[in-house]
Design a protein around this ligand. Structure first.
Ligand code: ATR
Length: 491
């Protein structure tokens, strides 16, 4: 028997503190993280070779209980049994849940750590509750490295189950300022909903960084090494974040085969696994404008519309374009790009928090926005210094209706907005696409506006569909007799 590996099923029965089902990269890494933190971990994978490989390669990192069948796996868990599922989202997750539920007993806890759609999580939670089991949909962010060294964990599900899983999950999560990046988010689908919006924000954050890069390259004429250096510098200020840090690394990378910057030999078609799209779909249903995330999802879709781009690139007329930035003005321009990036990013986060509040209200989840900013400070892909400011903003005013109204962010915007406008105008004049910079600015201006053209839209709706309108000066609903004498009647 290898050290630390309990293979005798009689002696290992009921020994494991937690079990992990699904030992692909994320599952193996989180199982190792539990083991390294002193927990006895049962491990099971549909094909046994992955289980064998995990214990052969990493058995010395802690105590593993490898199981060949789901029944063996369940039998090896301490009660209440805690099983973390790390398999493909969708049908595979449903299949594993059924197998576990059949082998488990009342009060046992199934945790789905995959990227499930929150409505699936709500359905599964209800089904497991009816069988006397606890079901916890837990968002886990941080990729492979996070899973191994400390992810950000967003568990939903019944509050009682958190008493049994909270300490375990917190012991493997990232820690910032002595606070683990894991807390109970709310009932049923709350954890996966929040993880979904987290990913949506990540899409927007990556896109604004991409837009900044594009402008530095094609408006300011900097080369990749110079842009990498610029991002490195930015990472020491307000924009300090994991995504800015890795952007510098990617841009500094030189392709060994060609000697070119790696970014120049990567095909410019961005992929997606669907969580950004889900965020936007949910936002549409909730009636919350998440324009930054929406444009970021569409930007990826456009980049991957290969057949269309082949025909449109170099064909559609540009009109007269402005000249690139004069080298003498570069430094000012670069700083303006930084401000535009920061402002657009603030809008994306503000919109994401709006969506979370709307989801929380819709489903009675009672999500505390302070918790999110706190648990996203470490482990996850959008970890950033300024999340501390978001926590402070919601601590000062838990009912804040818009993050941008917090005094700190109001003051920041004051210093950003001129540069932001300048950059959107310049990009437009140069014919360079900045969908999130530009749409975020329009969103911001719409939020600022005393009057919106929505009044005209109400007039149009009343004209063609008698949908009625309200007046600014009187209570009630009104309709104009458009096809009659055009007098107004009370509806
Ligand atoms: P990654 O992207 O890290 O490879 P994934 O595709 O999300 O991970 O999940 C793959 C895991 O789901 C594997 O553990 C896989 O088991 P196998 O190694 O046996 O293929 C597991 N998986 C996929 N479909 C499954 C199913 N129907 N039942 C059980 N496990 C399944």
């Amino acid at each position: 028997m290898l050290p630390g590996i309990l293979t005798d099923m009689t002696s290992s029965a009921g020994m494991a503190h937690i079990g992990v089902v699904g030992l692909a990269v994320m599952g193996s890494n989180i199982a190792r993280n539990f083991a390294r933190n002193g927990h006895t971990v049962a491990v099971y994978n549909r094909s046994y070779d992955k289980t064998e490989r995990l214990v052969a390669d990493h058995g010395n990192e802690g105590t593993f209980v490898p199981a060949a069948t789901i029944e063996e796996f369940v039998a090896s868990l301490q009660r209440p049994r805690r099983a973390l599922i790390m398999v493909q989202a969708g049908a595979a997750t449903d299949a594993v849940i059924e197998q576990l539920a059949d082998a488990m007993e009342e009060g046992d806890i199934i945790i789905d750590g995959g990227n499930a759609l929150y409505t699936d999580t709500m359905r599964r939670e209800a089904a497991m509750r009816a069988r006397g089991l606890h079901f916890v949909g837990a968002g886990i962010s941080g990729g492979e490295e996070g899973a191994l060294h400390g992810p950000s964990i967003m568990p939903g599900g019944p509050a009682e189950s958190y008493e049994h899983i909270g300490p375990l999950l917190e012991s493997v999560a990232a820690v910032v300022d002595n606070t683990p990046c894991c807390t109970h988010i709310g009932p049923n689908g709350a954890g996966h909903f929040v993880k979904m919006v987290h990913n949506g924000i990540e899409y927007a954050d990556m896109q604004v960084i991409g837009e900044a890069y594009h402008l530095l390259r094609y408006a300011a004429g900097l080369d990749c090494a110079e842009i990498a250096e610029t991002f490195r510098k930015w990472n020491t200020g307000d924009l300090n974040s994991y995504l800015v840090e890795i952007t510098a690394e990617v841009l500094a990378q030189v392709d060994a085969a060609t000697g070119k910057p790696l970014v120049d030999v990567i095909v410019d078609q961005a992929g997606q696994k669907g969580t950004g799209r889900w965020t936007v779909k949910a936002a549409l249903d909730l009636g919350i404008p998440v324009t930054g995330i929406g444009e970021a999802v569409f930007a990826r879709a456009l980049s991957s519309s290969v057949a269309q781009r082949e025909q449109t690139a170099g064909t559609l007329p540009s009109g007269k374009l402005a000249s690139p930035i004069d080298p003498a003005d570069r430094e000012t321009f670069v700083e303006a790009v930084r401000r535009a990036l920061y402002a657009s990013k603030l809008v994306a986060y503000s919109q994401g928090f709006d969506e979370i509040r709307a989801g929380s209200d819709e489903y009675d989840w009672n999500i505390d926005p302070r918790d999110l900013a706190t648990i996203w400070r470490g482990g996850c892909i959008i970890r950033a210094d300024f999340l501390n400011r978001i926590t402070e903003a919601y601590t000062a005013n838990p009912d804040l209706r818009c993050l941008l109204l917090d005094p700190y962010f109001l003051n920041e915007m004051e210093g950003l907005v001129d540069a932001w406008r300048h950059i959107v105008v310049t990009a437009t004049e140069l014919g360079l696409p900045v969908p999130v910079f530009a749409s975020s600015l329009s969103y911001y201006d719409a939020l600022r506006a005393e009057r919106l053209p929505a009044a005209l839209i109400q007039g149009q709706r009343d004209y063609f569909g008698a949908h009625t309108y309200r007046r600014v000066d009187r209570e009630g609903s009104f309709h104009t007799l458009w096809s009659g004498d055009r007098s107004e009647v009370e509806a």
